[in-house]
Design a binder for this molecule. Structure first.
Ligand code: SF4
Length: 252
């Protein structure tokens, strides 16, 4: 079953298309937990759940009341009618990990209709799940923000860094770029080598580094050390505008 957790119209807050008006679809479910990010969110039953800054779109057990089961592509397409959108507005598919639905019939139909209607489609993905570009050519028309997880996620290396998947996506997609969330402490702990061991799988793909954090305070604390890191390596710094402006990652 395909689950949608939220949708909202905003500006893209991070990465290459920062500032571009975009309609976001946040899908529920992920193949990782990333408890190392240390973000905590209280569920309606009072349980404090540890994970990433979108733990509510990862942990179905405690946040299922926000997960909407989608029964056909039209239900997703109808969401576009709820907003006053400019023609062919950019669509961002995020999560959770939206590519857990890469082979889902409803999901693929949704993508095809969006593309036929002229929308630019961007996936925000952890880059660990492979895509069959030959079976589903629609993915060749999409952009992929490859937010490959670092060791600060506490996920095992073999799960978070899959070189063949990175190469496959970067080689077949319309466009791809790397996007890393980095905290000040990790910069001093061999982060440089870690990033290089990931980007080597697609050496020409551009790299964007963003300050880690689920709150404005955390993002601000990590910003200046990260800018210095980007300057030294020639990577692009990316802000996290939605957190800096609204101090949250939900529904903005
Ligand atoms: S891969 Fe992304 S969505 Fe999934 S748990 Fe990690 S940070 Fe959260």
């Amino acid at each position: 079953m395909l689950y949608l957790v939220e949708h909202f119209y905003s500006i893209q807050g991070e990465g290459r298309y920062t500032g571009v008006p975009s309609l976001f679809f946040r899908f529920g479910g992920c193949n990782m937990k990333c408890e190392g990010f240390g973000c905590e969110e209280k569920a309606s039953d009072g349980t404090v759940v540890l994970g990433c800054d979108t733990v509510y779109a990862v942990n179905k057990e405690h946040f299922s009341q926000n997960w909407i089961p989608i029964k056909n592509a039209q239900e997703l397409l109808n969401i576009l009618e709820l907003y006053e959108l400019p023609h062919a507005v950019d669509i961002v598919l995020t999560g959770g990990e939206p590519l857990i639905y890469a082979n889902d019939e409803i999901f693929v139909k949704f993508l095809n209709v969006l593309h036929e209607n002229g929308h630019q489609i961007t996936f925000e993905t952890n880059g660990s799940l492979d895509i069959d570009f030959e079976k589903y050519p629609i993915y060749k028309k999409c952009i992929f923000a490859l937010s490959v997880k670092l060791s600060n996620s506490n996920e095992p290396f073999s799960k978070r860094v899959r070189g063949n998947v990175i190469y496959n996506i970067a080689s077949n997609a319309k466009e791809a770029f790397f996007k890393f969330s980095i905290d000040a402490e990790s910069i001093d702990l061999g982060l440089e080598e870690e990033i290089e061991s990931i980007i080597i799988h697609s050496a020409k793909t551009k790299v964007y580094c963003m300050p880690l954090g689920g709150s404005k305070e955390e993002v601000e604390r990590n910003t200046e050390p990260l800018i210095e890191f980007c300057k030294s390596k020639g990577y692009n710094f990316s802000d996290r505008l939605h957190i800096r402006i609204w101090d949250q990652n939900k529904g903005v």
